[in-house]
Ligand binder design. Structure first.
Ligand SMILES: Cc1cc2nc3c(=O)[nH]c(=O)nc-3n(C[C@H](O)[C@H](O)[C@H](O)COP(=O)(O)OP(=O)(O)OC[C@H]3O[C@@H](n4cnc5c(N)ncnc54)[C@H](O)[C@@H]3O)c2cc1C
Length: 369
């Protein structure tokens, strides 16, 4: 029996990929919460990333580029609301222009299709009230999805396959790695393969499974505000933080895109997310602590006249960042131990990359553990 711990987008795509193998054993997805998407999968920007922002050769770059195309295929197949609207990247001043050009070059080396230099004039044909920028890039393959519908659709698709089950709430509290038995709050279960897709708690699951390495997951909060009267319809981002001077030396910034503007497919216009480093044990802390004036100041870099009273707190999500031996790792890691596979460090762009992570786990299983 295959057991997948965690019913976020990573666990669901791993389950779906394993269920695609002819003659697979029974597959169970176990989720501790009362509904799927309660944690990171339901608390993000809902952006289908193109993959230009991550270090060349990293798992994030590879699986984001592959996952971008796969995500559109899944959204089409499952009729999940989405839009392939593209994304504008802007340099606020001349000093940021080299970083913007570096992002374009990085995207080309990582194999991101249809990314090109653009101009403020071109962006103004879509958003006439936008500020003047020192540089602009357009990435055509970026998009937006309705993540709540996506999670529900993946759940339905998986549960409709032969010998596939999803159980929640069902928390895994103990693992006997010698006997291949897990303890859950609904009783014990035996497994032949265990896949840990525990997101923010993947380190706790790893330890429960007797993992010896020093893997720890630190939550980095991202908060959002809704700008109710905002008129922006395009998705507009600053230069990814790691391309700014010194940014490449800080692995905590690998997935840090900076505060941006995006209108979800549901129609709301968001400003965010922040990046607030939390303590190790604050994984469930979804309070919004950053004051509205900070969001207004950031939003004014894109368009004048955003007042703090125009912004309303929306929601927050925590990025599960992997630390190894106390140091930030900055990438996705798939750790294989005996008949266990652990998906660690599934912060951004994990929503986009999740179908590719599923395929990678399936490939590992096919090649024998
Ligand atoms: C602010 C923010 C913005 C982001 N924006 C984007 C974006 O625009 N595009 C993008 O591609 N990515 C984005 N991401 C990243 C993306 O959301 C994550 O990479 C992805 O959702 C991770 O999915 P997951 O399945 O690993 O984690 P989760 O969704 O957290 O799922 C893990 C599940 O495991 C369960 N679990 C843990 N321990 C146990 C246990 N012992 N027993 C049973 N169940 C257990 C948890 O309850 C949880 O539901 C963003 C993330 C954040 C925080």
């Amino acid at each position: 029996m295959y057991i997948i711990i965690g019913g976020g987008v990573v666990g669901l795509h791993v389950a779906i990929a394993l269920a695609a193998k002819p003659g697979h054993p029974e597959i169970f997805v176990l989720e501790k919460e009362k509904f799927l998407g309660d944690h990171t999968s339901g608390r993000n920007s809902e952006v289908i990333h193109a993959g230009f922002a991550y270090p060349v050769g990293s798992n994030k770059a590879k699986w984001c580029v592959e996952g971008n195309a796969l995500t559109y295929e899944w959204c089409d197949l499952l009729k999940v609301p989405h839009k392939k609207c593209g994304k504008w990247l802007v340099a606020f001043n001349e000093a940021e222009v080299p970083a913007l050009e570096g992002t374009l070059k990085n995207g080309a080396v990582c194999g991101v299709p249809d990314m090109r230099p653009a101009t403020t004039a071109e962006l103004k044909t879509k958003e006439p009230e936008i500020n003047d920028f020192a540089g602009v890039i357009f990435a055509k393959t970026s998009g937006m999805m309705d993540v709540a519908s996506y999670i529900r659709a993946l759940e339905r698709y998986f549960a409709a396959q032969e010998n596939c089950h999803i159980i929640y709430p069902c928390g895994v509290n103990g693992i006997d790695a010698q006997k291949n038995i897990i303890e859950t709050n609904r009783g014990p279960m035996e497994y032949s393969l265990l896949v840990n897709c525990g997101g923010l708690w993947a380190d706790a699951v790893y330890k429960m499974a007797c993992g010896q390495k020093d893997f720890r997951i630190k939550p980095f909060k991202g908060e959002y505000m809704i700008w109710r009267k905002g008129k922006i319809n395009e998705v507009i981002y600053p230069v990814p933080r790691r391309f700014l001077p010194g940014g490449d030396k800080d692995k905590r910034l690998v997935s840090s895109m900076g505060i941006h503007l995006h209108r979800g497919v549901g129609g709301d216009l968001y400003v965010g997310p922040t990046q607030v480093e939390l303590d190790w044990d604050q994984k469930n802390d979804y309070t919004i602590v950053t004051p509205p004036e900070i969001f207004a100041k950031e939003a004014n870099q894109y368009i004048q006249g955003v007042r703090e009273e125009d912004l309303q707190p929306a929601y927050a999500g925590n990025r599960p960042k992997l630390y190894i031996d106390g140091q930030p790792y900055g990438d996705f890691l798939i750790a294989v131990e005996k008949n266990q596979i652990h998906a660690l460090g599934t912060d951004s762009p994990g929503l986009t990359a999740s179908p590719a992570i599923g395929k990678e786990v399936s490939r590992i299983v096919s090649s024998g553990l």
